[in-house]
Design a protein around this ligand. Sequence first.
Ligand SMILES: *Cc1c(COP(=O)(O)O)cnc(C)c1O
Length: 434
Amino acid sequence: MKYYSLNHNSSPTSFMKAVINGLAPDKGLYFPQEKVILSKDFIESIKNIDDVEICYEVMNKYVGDEIPKQKLIEIINNTISFKIPLKKIEDSIYSLELFHGPTLAFKDIGAKFMAQCLDYFKSSYSSKKITVLVATSGDTGGAVAKGFSGTKDIEVCILYPKGKISKVQERQITTNGDYVKAIEVEGDFDKCQSMVKKAFNDEEIIRKIALTSANSINVARWLPQMFYYFLAYKKINNKKDNLFSVPSGNFGNICAGILSKSMGLPIHHFIASTNVNDTIPRYIKEGLYEPHSTKKTISNAMDVSDPSNFIRIQKIFNSDLQRLRKNVSSFSFNDTETEDVMRLLYNSFDYLTCPHSAVGYLGLKKYMDVNKISNVNGIFISTAHCIKFKDVVENSIKTSIKYPKSIKDILNKEKKSLSIENYSELKDFLLSRV
Ligand SMILES: *Cc1c(COP(=O)(O)O)cnc(C)c1O
């Protein structure tokens, strides 16, 4: 499979190059050149096929012959090594729990897959030691750190904003093996991100270090997110319409769902559920793409006002707004609505959600209400474990929640991080590693 840039100013490239580069040289996102359609036979017999084999079938055309079959199967096996339950909450409403991975959020899947691809390709990439440099607002850092455990000769540097991520998130970033360097930045996420960008454009650094990013727009993080739509479908044993409500920020997760549908997976409709950063709900309603400035919310992994993956969704629908509307609805919710529904889910169904997943539930209910829909498989994606946002959740449900054992263990580990204030300190640190 070749990948082309959605900016159309770079030539098409291999899967390997797309994974290593992250972004095309013209700064466009990569998109697969050919449409992949799965056979009806495959879709109809999914219930009898082994999980790893399903994911192999979904992924293999996108990878092509660049990774041998046995290796790709091994990569997939390591990627989906935790349970992905589909829990019934009430009539017609299910939660697809993607938070049972090593860092308790769905990003584990993309990060694990990408780390293994980079590990496989690294010898073709550079003879130098590879450094993955990434900025995080919370969930990405831990997922990337854990994703690279088990790879060799790859160092992972994670920049995070001091005091602006949750305690659990911080521990997940700062308590790993020596291959992870956690860098605490005096400032906000935007500052972390701009320092990372600066490093990628710094000639001295690029000359001396084989830098790569673990950005969420990387095709090796985006595409494996299709796995859980297929695996969820496998678990459904009726012929009702399947609706997926996806808590969305950068729109990578939902874009993988939409691509799954385009390959033949029977999904009736998508609901893109957002917090008050509502560029897409407004776009779908009014047809105008007008990002406002980003607002801080309690579902902070979705505090994005200009979602990078939206251009891929536009591509899938050929920028046809009517087709988009036919397939995707979008609603936004504020923090009060989110807190109220976390409390409702806890009190009425004894179900704990993180604020992002709660937004997903709200979007699903609203779509079903507005369209008077019942008797469907309404699935909202639960993107993170509530414990990652302990304070927010406890404040909403007015009850304290306990740490699971796996988290207690890392809370007791010693935090290891380097504190920096500006770019020159980051540069000195990176060069000191050569
Ligand atoms: C990253 C993240 C999201 C948003 O996912 P996108 O693919 O960026 O739309 C939602 N919830 C949680 C918990 C996340 O970490």
